[in-house]
Design a protein around this ligand. Sequence first.
Ligand code: HEM
Ligand code: HEM
Length: 186
Amino acid sequence: MSHAVAAAAPARWALPVQLLHWLGVLLLLSVATLGLLMVDMPRGSELRKLCYGLHKSLGIAVLGVALLRLLARALVRAPAALPGPAWQLRVARLAHGLMYALLLAVPLSGWLLNSVAGQPLPWFGLVDLPPLADRNPAWRKPADTAHLWLFWTLAALVAVHVLAALHHHWIARDATLRRMLPGRRG
Ligand code: HEM
Ligand code: HEM
């Protein structure tokens, strides 16, 4: 830190932002895997019930982590943009903004689907979350479709995001990925 100028932007993302990013990745991977597998499990089976419960509770955790991330982002300073073409910076900002929006919209659409289907939402058996809307069978299908398409839109963005991160790391060989990883060197 001896070379750091007091007024300069930090060299890497603040630790809370890093931890929330990687916790979010783990949660999203588990929720997506559960979601894709659970729908094909035999109806009425204990495993199916368990996976639906976990999918919903972990999905709400994704919503909570996304809100915490937005709070952390508002409170801490982002590192300065690395040198690179201006269009890349604009595309990255747009993609990050869309991912934040979808990290809220995907779980909220799931919560809505659960509500119109008339299902309870006991979050890890600890608190009963209220429904977002009244039970309404006519809204089940549209809510299900919205949940699924919002999910695939997020998945597509994440795929591009991961390729961009790996491109920065292995091909451009800049600090983009390293500064999202805990460590001492910038
Ligand atoms: C980031 C969080 C979430 C992701 C990535 C996600 C993803 C998915 C995926 C991929 C499916 C499978 C859809 C299909 O193949 O038909 C699914 C289904 C489902 N999700 Fe989520 N979900 C999330 C959050 C939630 C939440 C918070 C709830 C409820 C509170 C929820 C409720 C449901 C329900 C009830 C289904 C089953 C729909 C059916 O049986 O047809 N999801 N989700
Ligand atoms: C579950 C999937 C993921 C989601 C939803 C996600 C979401 C995000 C978001 C919203 C940001 C913007 C941070 C901000 O400006 O506040 C970000 C930054 C970042 N992510 Fe991810 N991410 C995911 C997976 C990954 C993976 C697997 C990698 C690495 C291979 C990665 C590497 C990065 C890097 C390096 C940054 C910092 C970019 C910069 O400095 O401008 N992400 N991520």
